[in-house]
Design a protein around this ligand. Structure first.
Ligand SMILES: NC(=O)c1ccc[n+]([C@@H]2O[C@H](COP(=O)([O-])OP(=O)(O)OC[C@H]3O[C@@H](n4cnc5c(N)ncnc54)[C@H](OP(=O)(O)O)[C@@H]3O)[C@@H](O)[C@H]2O)c1
Length: 280
């Protein structure tokens, strides 16, 4: 005869009864013959991350690779060996090509990384500090990299993405949602990227291509060292983030994986804000 004992759910069930109850619950939750589906398994898929050589893009690239995809990245340095993991650039397990996306001809001439493409992540980005974006050179550079190249890369890979019913993910910024006193080109280019995400989502839907975006808040990368490596500025920035921490490349990757997955199959033209509440 079993002795009564308090079970984990506090109902005072006998241990044997508890086990039977758990087994019955498990049977109810897992109907016979049904396989578990992993919607975030990208095995056999090809992913290109433009701007995948560093920071957020590098984190997104590895998130797809860890989920089975073959991943290629583009960056600005001549060779993969020129990047250092200690600086947020781990290129192990990734294909690499140097393409200056600030030059439309370089995008046009760039080799296709694979015969097919399922996901195109556009994570390239630059900024000019010290009011350099108020001058023509700074303005042109930022607009070319942050906005024009999003269009050019999307059009280059459009046939491949239509072939695979693939998707595009545009990494913009919450700076595109508001004013940014020192960086007019950065803010305007990101607002443009959010707008372009909507229009491309609408225009390419009939070809089976979904176009979505994510808008990061503050993530510690080489782009944001001006804030993150400055204790007082960082303290001020953290105080304005409701979650009281910076985002990580892995936080951004979670949103990218969702948007590229079948879980988001009816989502297009949308930019997901991933900022710990900073823009609220
Ligand atoms: N970090 C943040 O807090 C934050 C917030 C909002 C939005 N974002 C956006 O997130 C994206 C990634 O930025 P990040 O913070 O991860 O900075 P990052 O580490 O500097 O990464 C920027 C990426 O863009 C590439 N890139 C820059 N100029 C390029 C060019 N002319 N041609 C080709 N590639 C170029 C860089 O290549 P190299 O590695 O060769 O330099 C790098 O791979 C950007 O679009 C940025 O605007 C970042």
């Amino acid at each position: 005869m079993q002795r009564p004992s308090l079970s984990k759910d506090g109902e005072g069930l006998l241990r044997g009864e508890w086990a039977i109850k758990l087994a019955a619950q498990s049977r109810m939750q897992r109907p016979k013959g049904r396989m578990m589906i992993d919607d975030t398994d990208f095995t056999g898929r090809h992913v290109l991350v433009v701007g995948g050589s560093s920071g957020i893009g590098n984190g997104i690239a590895h998130a797809f690779r860890e989920r089975g995809a073959t991943v290629h990245v583009w960056g600005t340095r001549p060779r993969a060996e020129d990047y250092d993991p200690a600086e947020g650039s781990d290129l192990s397990g990734l294909g690499y090509t140097c393409v200056d996306v600030g030059d439309p001809d370089a995008i046009a001439a760039a080799p296709f990384p694979a015969s097919s493409l399922d996901v195109l992540v556009l994570c390239q980005g630059t900024v000019v500090y010290k009011r350099g974006e108020f001058a023509r050179e700074g303005w042109d550079k930022v607009m070319a990299v942050n906005l024009d190249s999003v269009m050019h890369c999307s059009m280059k890979f459009r046939p491949q993405l239509a072939e695979s019913s693939g998707s595009i993910i545009v990494v913009s910024s919450i700076s595109g949602l508001k004013a940014n006193i020192g960086n007019p080109a950065y803010a305007a280019s990101k607002a443009g990227a959010i707008s372009l995400t909507k229009t491309l989502g609408q225009a390419l839907a009939s070809e089976g291509i979904r176009v979505n975006g994510l808008a990061p808040g503050l993530v510690d990368t080489k782009l944001t060292k001006v804030t993150t490596a400055h204790p007082q500025r960082l303290e001020g920035a953290l105080a304005s983030i409701p979650q009281r921490r910076m985002g990580t490349p892995a936080d951004m990757a979670g949103a990218a994986i969702f948007l590229a997955s079948p879980l988001a199959s009816y989502v297009t033209g949308h930019t997901l804000v991933v900022d710990g509440g900073l823009s609220l």
